[in-house]
Design a protein around this ligand. Sequence first.
Ligand code: UT7
Length: 321
Amino acid sequence: MKAKIIGTGYELPAFEADNQYLSTLVETSDEWIRERTGIGKRRLAREETTTSLAAGAAKKALARAGVRAEEIDLLIVATITSDTNTPSTACRVQAELGAVHAVAFDINAACSGFLYAIHIADAFIRSGIYRHALLIGAETLSKLVDWTDRGTCVLFGDGAGAAVLTASEEGGVIAQSVGSNGEKWEVLSCLGRPVQNPVCQSQAEPGYLKMNGQEVFKFAIRTVPLCIEQALLKAELPAEEITWFLLHQANKRIIQSVAKRLKQPEEKFPMNIETCANTSAASLPILLAQMEEQGRLKAKDKVVLSGFGAGLTWGACVLEW
Ligand code: UT7
């Protein structure tokens, strides 16, 4: 049995902040942001929370899959912006959906989170332990961003995407290549609450998202093509046979560079970065759900999903739609 995606959904906050709006907050311009990243606007949460966005995306994915919440065995939310340190966002989504039979937990793998969730779900489904999995990538990164730092605040947006996976004899996940390198954790990080207990009163401030953009850029253009090639090798498929390469939406130039290194036409690399910006773990499932909504994914299409991010973490997954 293979793990096959049978329904997707996404949810975005109502408020849309274009580059012009950001130029009223920090010294930047529409021209700079578009040229360097491909981003034109992003959604920012007002009333929405990571939980509400996740639940909204999940309901649409369940409806599209034709699966009832009670049928879900495994519910994973990939997020670095849970509304509560505990319980997990997954447990709160479980309650909202009534997914009473699911084991529910969050994972933290930053922008690679959705791929890591597939990695886990594939193992459980392949081994016969679980039949239906609901995977969600959900973020309100706007609460971790330093809104005075133009180097990072222009890059991120809020949103959620979800996918229902089921055990299937046909199609589904063919091969994966997933990795981490904790030695590079400082390249992209956000510190948690400092220790303040009866025996230690740390003076450290709660952290904002900090990034060495050029280091992350170099890591991405080197690692993403490599891990895609490794996954394709395991799948015994040449890049030419892949219909779509869906990449984490962090920077248009990164995606173009990966296309070039894989010697594949850019048209095979759909993007939504212009309207959604970088939504971390939500980026891939939002793009996937938009592709399904637009009817661009056809049965038997070979699709590559690939992401990278803080950790450092990365991954690629080859699947048949
Ligand atoms: O999910 C994974 C997360 N992150 C990524 O994938 C990010 C990967 N890195 C990147 O996408 C790019 O490195 C950035 C888009 C973040 C930055 O682009 P860059 O071409 O590497 O620019 P830079 O950091 O080298 O900055 C160039 C100039 C600097 O000014 P000086 O020193 O040349 O005078 C910056 O201060 O651009 C300036 N700058 C800005 N100017 C206007 C930096 N941010 C901005 C801004 N608006 N928002």
